[in-house]
Design a protein around this ligand. Structure first.
Ligand SMILES: Cc1ncc(COP(=O)(O)O)c(C=O)c1O
Length: 413
């Protein structure tokens, strides 16, 4: 992001999202739950409808024109996702259901066949369960040691123990997110990636929260696998992508087996297809993948730099406004080192009560452990409230949140 980045006009963009045309209990919708899932612009919804109405058939197996159009739609989306992530080749993009499936694919396929006793599997205290539980499982299955990198008091990764950690075994796998869904922390993963590679390890990057908000470049990041979810970036649900280095993907066994992923099947044996077909068993999420490609177009039209800048401004504004609400404790780093995500608690009021009262005010936030129970244990809480922003978020929604918090406090006073 450069200072010259052109600001986006959230109020204008909001008009692309029909969801904001309704009110709740007479109040405008303040949708502050985009880290959970984002809303969808008309451009994506209309394009998907048109695709279904004009170009839908099964892909890679129909020789008639409709089938060719559908295949072009799916493969065109793969090209767009590859460009979006600056992947060297579209063949390295595997369509999956979501980031969770992408990470499981790597854990089952790469993890179970490459890990063993004496190896270290390293995750961070900041991981979503999707990039934690599969690795804990793979370590248990293979006899590898499972280790967790801690956070400092600001909610940022503490890498001071890496040298000591490397003495405990072979650094085989490091799993880390780029942006924390709980604290909004933007992780500078470069030193961790360097350390992992110096020790011959592989880095799996969870970019589920980063890809919607900032430029993600797999080559600049120098990671080995990277996962994204379409529904968090203005795309439909049911579609995500895994990017992996082709040499690693080539060497890995398939994860799911069945139709489309084979080269030849006999009674005695099966040989598997080329990339990415080897990892895409069964009928693809055809229109969903097409919709993800349209979402990529939409985000690029708005500009990732502008989105990132907008979110920083909103995060700073939210931190400023929340500081004025008595009894509110905010978790995580300062605004300049966080994406548009703010987790907090209100003294004496359970997060679920806060979220419910806010819901009655038209304000949607998430309350819970955010699929980050190890992080909650570190913070010493069972749950937090989380407000999260996106390209369509306006300051008035944060004002509505703050008004709702005052109301929640007065109810529980
Ligand atoms: C950081 C992070 N990783 C992974 C996931 C899992 O995404 P999905 O549920 O789309 O698989 C999420 C979802 O909240 C997330 O925030």
């Amino acid at each position: 992001m450069t200072p010259a980045t052109k600001a986006l006009d959230a109020r204008k963009l909001r008009a692309d999202f029909a969801i904001f045309e309704q009110t709740f209990a007479g109040k405008p919708l303040a949708y502050l739950d985009s880290a959970n899932t984002s809303q969808k612009p008309r451009q994506v919804l209309d394009a998907m409808t048109e695709f279904y109405e004009t170009s839908y058939a099964n892909v890679h197996r129909a020789v008639y024109e409709l089938g060719e159009r559908a295949t072009a739609g799916l493969e065109g989306a793969r090209e767009k996702v590859a460009r979006f992530l600056n992947a060297p080749s579209a063949r390295e993009i595997v369509f999956v259901r979501n980031a969770t499936e992408a990470l499981n694919l790597v854990a089952y396929s790469w993890g179970l066949s490459n890990l063993g006793a004496g190896d270290l599997v390293v995750v961070t205290e900041l991981e979503h369960h999707s990039n934690f539980v599969p690795w804990q499982f793979a370590a248990k299955q293979t006899g590898a040691s499972f280790r967790m990198l801690p956070l400092d008091d600001q909610g940022e990764l503490d890498l001071s123990g890496l040298d000591e950690l490397a003495r405990e075994g072979n650094v085989k796998l490091v799993a880390v997110n780029l942006v924390s869904n709980s604290l909004g922390t933007i992780n500078d993963i470069a030193p961790l990636v360097r350390w992992a590679h110096e020790h011959g390890g592989v880095v799996v990057c969870d970019a589920a929260q980063a890809a919607p908000h900032t430029r993600v470049d797999v080559q600049a990041l120098d990671v080995d696998f990277l996962a994204i979810s379409g529904h968090k970036m203005c795309g439909p649900s049911g579609i995500g992508a895994l990017w992996g280095r082709s040499e690693l993907l080539h060497a890995m066994p398939p994860f799911l087996m069945g139709g489309h992923m084979i080269h030849a099947v006999t009674y005695e044996k099966t040989t598997f297809g080329e990339l990415p077909a080897k990892f895409e068993a069964g009928t693809s999420p055809i229109a969903e993948a097409y919709g993800l490609g349209c979402a990529v177009d939409y985000l690029e039209g708005v500009g990732l730099d502008a989105i990132e800048r907008h979110e920083h401004e909103l995060a700073a504004y939210a931190l400023e406004r929340l500081a004025d609400v008595p009894g509110v404790q905010v978790y995580g780093p300062p605004a300049d080192r966080r994406a548009g995500i703010v987790s907090f608690n209100v003294e004496g009021v359970h997060p679920h009560d806060v979220a419910q009262i806010l819901g009655g005010e038209g304000v949607c936030i998430r309350a819970g452990h955010h699929c980050c129970q190890p992080l909650m244990a570190k913070l010493g809480v069972a749950a937090t409230n989380r407000a999260s922003f996106y390209l369509y978020t306006v300051r008035e929604e944060i004002d509505q949140l703050v008004d709702g918090l005052h109301k929640a406090r007065s109810i529980f006073a």
